[in-house]
Design a protein around this ligand. Structure first.
Ligand SMILES: [Zn+2]
Length: 79
């Protein structure tokens, strides 16, 4: 497996949808190739962050303060 195949199979690999043989080849490549290793780790990290974070709703008081801050900012600009 070369770097190009690793990158093109990366999302399948991270989703666990890669065949065992292909997975083994990919992991073998990661042992030898520092660059791909880095890419996979970074992507893994990003995916983990995405999976863990739920859509964040701002608390009402924060929303109010934010709106006030924005309004102030905009009215400053107008004057
Ligand atoms: Zn590589």
């Amino acid at each position: 497996m070369n770097c190009k195949s690793v990158i093109s199979e990366l999302s399948n690999y991270l989703d666990g949808e890669l065949e065992l043989a292909a997975k083994r080849q990919l992991e073998q490549h990661l042992v030898d190739c520092q660059e791909c290793n880095l890419v996979v780790n970074q992507t893994k990290l990003t995916v983990d962050i995405f999976c863990d974070s739920e859509p964040v709703a701002l608390p009402p008081d924060v929303q109010t303060r934010l709106h006030e801050a924005l309004r102030r900012k905009f009215s400053e600009k107008r004057t």
